[in-house]
Design a protein around this ligand. Structure first.
Ligand code: BGC
Length: 420
């Protein structure tokens, strides 16, 4: 019998449900791991100091930013006006070809350097300080240097883990004939997003990325961290690397996805919530059912045979168009995406209440990434979860979209480095 999908699919969908009580526990576990990571105890949160604090909003200058994300490299010229105003004067995007995501470090960094060179060739601008946003876990030992701990988001490029990515870029820039560019800063994309948002709005005290991968950062009291300043406002931004958070209950599909990934055991939270993985989780459930039952043609027509062929974009299209015969698949997608938003909401509450346990003050959280800005209803799910967990204090947490913040923030970091 052909099923339009049935009870077994609904049963599988239930595996993705997280109730409010589960979330309250999750917030507690998050806070414990934040504390443990900060105090050097074992934690799945890396709590990496970014060697930079929030800006005053008066920083000025013109910079070139190279921003390497999970799917694209962007080169942009950014001008900071010094009155909490910043402008992207020009931006060029290049996709990162799949062969470079799996190749060697030299080819990848040559590609980055060539993108910078092409930007200068096509724009008539003099050499400017260069700021680098690198969206992978880096243990920094200054604002311009740090070693890549492990690749994430499906990258397996050889010869980069354990190396200083700032130095690799400088060497590649020399090979590309761009030795005259003063290399200023190396930052994570979350840190860039926080710097960009707080350049404009001094109340911003957390940033979250929800795109191909996920991560968050916030400003911490500098005296808690052993990293040399100076930090004029007495605070240093900490990159949680929360994609690695592991105190989460996983189901059979989460474990299967993890086992089949290039980095088993790592980035457990990221694999349950971020844009790269949501389609794959849905695909794994459907493939599992297909082995046991005959599914309706509308379901089998989905791109299910190749790993990662079903993407978050497909999910977004399905929930917007609601094709007939797909009601149960849409219910599954709903549970998978709602779980993602609920886990993220719990993380946001944990970070904000770590800073302000009784929520005395208002907090602004800058959020960027295609899942947040592009998936229909994601922001609503996030806000609804925050409201359900904090009914009395929900108005104290405001989420604001911060597009291209990772790039603008790199320029802010470079300006801080130049004038401190
Ligand atoms: C990386 C983080 C990054 C996040 C969002 C994760 O895979 O480990 O460093 O901030 O993706 O891009």
């Amino acid at each position: 019998m052909i099923m339009a999908i049935d009870k077994s699919l609904r049963d599988s969908a239930q595996l993705f449900i997280l109730e409010l009580n589960d979330l309250r526990q999750l917030v507690k576990r998050f806070r414990n791991e934040i504390e443990a990571g900060l105090h050097g105890r074992e934690s799945s949160l890396k709590m990496l100091p970014a060697y930079v604090g929030r800006p005053t909003g008066e920083e000025k200058g013109a910079f070139i930013v190279l921003d390497m994300g999970g799917t694209h490299v962007r080169v942009m010229s950014v001008r900071l006006m010094g009155d909490r105003n910043a402008a992207i004067e020009d931006i060029v995007r290049h996709p990162i070809p799949p062969r470079l995501r799996r190749g060697n470090g030299e080819s990848l960094f040559d590609y980055l350097a060539q993108a910078v060179r092409a930007f200068f060739s096509s724009h008539d601008i003099p050499p400017r300080p260069l700021a680098f946003t690198f969206s992978y876990p880096v243990a920094q030992y200054s604002l311009s240097s740090g070693i890549l701990i492990r690749w994430t988001k499906g990258f397996t490029v050889s010869g980069v883990e354990g190396q200083d990515v700032g130095a690799l870029l400088v060497t590649a820039l020399k090979r590309a004939g761009c030795a005259d560019l003063p290399f200023m800063t190396l930052i994570n994309d979350t840190v860039g997003t926080l710097l960009a948002a707080s350049y404009r709005d001094s109340t911003c005290d957390m940033a979250v990325i929800l795109g191909t991968g996920t991560n968050a950062c916030y400003p911490e009291r500098a005296e808690l961290l052993s990293c040399p300043g100076p930090f004029p406002q007495g605070e240093v931004i900490v990159n949680l690397e929360w994609g690695g958070f592991s105190a989460l209950r996983r189901n059979a599909y989460d474990r299967l996805l993890d086992r089949q990934s290039p980095n088993p055991g790592e980035q457990r939270m990221e694999k349950m919530v971020s844009g790269l993985y949501l389609g794959e989780l849905v695909r794994l459930v459907l493939c599992d059912l297909m082995r046991r039952e005959k599914l309706s043609p509308s379901v089998t027509a989905l791109p299910l045979t190749k790993p990662y062929a079903l993407t978050s974009k497909h999910l977004a299209r399905l929930i917007t168009t609601c094709p007939p015969g797909m009601e149960d698949v849409i219910e599954l997608i709903h549970h998978v995406v709602t779980r993602s938003a609920r886990i993220i909401a719990s993380g946001i509450i944990a970070v904000v209440t770590h800073q302000d346990p009784t929520l005395q003050n208002s907090h602004t959280v800058a959020v960027d990434g295609a899942l947040f800005t592009g998936y229909p209803g994601y922001q609503d799910k996030l806000e609804a979860t925050i409201a359900a967990l904090l009914p009395a204090e929900k108005a104290r947490i405001t989420l604001i979209p911060e597009r291209e913040g990772s790039g603008v923030g790199a320029a802010v970091a470079a300006a801080i480095a130049l004038y401190r």
